[in-house]
Design a protein around this ligand. Sequence first.
Ligand code: PBG
Length: 327
Amino acid sequence: MMGEFPYLRMRRLRQSEGIRAMVRETEVRASDLVYPLFVVPGRGVRKEISSLPGNYHLSVDELVRECEQVARLGIPAVLLFGIPESKDAFGSGAYAGDGVVQQAIRALKQRVPELVIITDVCLCEYTSHGHCGVVVEDRVDNDRSLELITKTALSHAEAGADMVAPSDMMDGRVAAIRSLLDENGFEMTPIMAYAAKYDSAFYGPFREAAGSTPQFGDRRSYQMDSHNVREALREVRLDIEEGADVVMVKPALAYLDVVRRVRESFDMPLAAYNVSGEYAMVKAAAAQGLLNEKRAVLEVLTAIKRAGADIILTYHAKDAAGWLKAG
Ligand code: PBG
């Protein structure tokens, strides 16, 4: 039988790098990556984040320098998070005209205009209680939260953001943001919706970095239950119907089946967020000499792409882009 061993030998196409490159099905490129960054108040601040080694709290001036480097590496976009001077019950720093993220956007659009500025739209870094919305009687009130979340998205667009990314998981936020943006002349600002965002232990290092650990309770009444995948498809469908331009699955690695299902079910640009805990695991193992960091990172990113993601948000972006460039 010609289709069987010894006539068939799968190893023929694996015997040299040239042949392997010819039959390679998936390739991660620097242009697939988005680099998340944390902006803080002040000047000249560049402080390593202990829970995310190799990532920094940056003041706007330092952020501009960082972003110049990001752009030179061929990474097309950054995702901005803000750590405000002070927090309050209504997260007012999130939608302040002169908030940290708003200042960062203006500076970046002036200094690194080719870089796509995506902003994380959420209240949790700005609220004293650490929840992603308005708390009424110890519960996160969906509809009252929408008002502040949409205001935040609009203030980012007004400052010049190229894309807004709501991550709060409130119901109806994509439609609410779309209509407020459109009413204000920002009908061309795309929305990247954190559509299927799970309640996950893998956000641990981020919450330390952003100081956004909930002061009471948890996020289970708004973020998704990790046991569910059909629900993810409903969430994604709703966000598309509400006007999302890009949909996201988050986290990525423990949810590659969800990435695959969304890819097969919807013809939408799909992003996957390789979150802080996934990053920290690789960094910790590499620091202990347990694995080769470069190979592990490129394998992880390839897996996310192979599962069906078009866009990968990752703290490894700069390292990966450098390695991909070097070949
Ligand atoms: C804020 C937000 C979170 C992340 C992205 N946006 C934290 C959370 O939901 O608790 C997580 C990012 C990461 O872990 O890398 N709403």
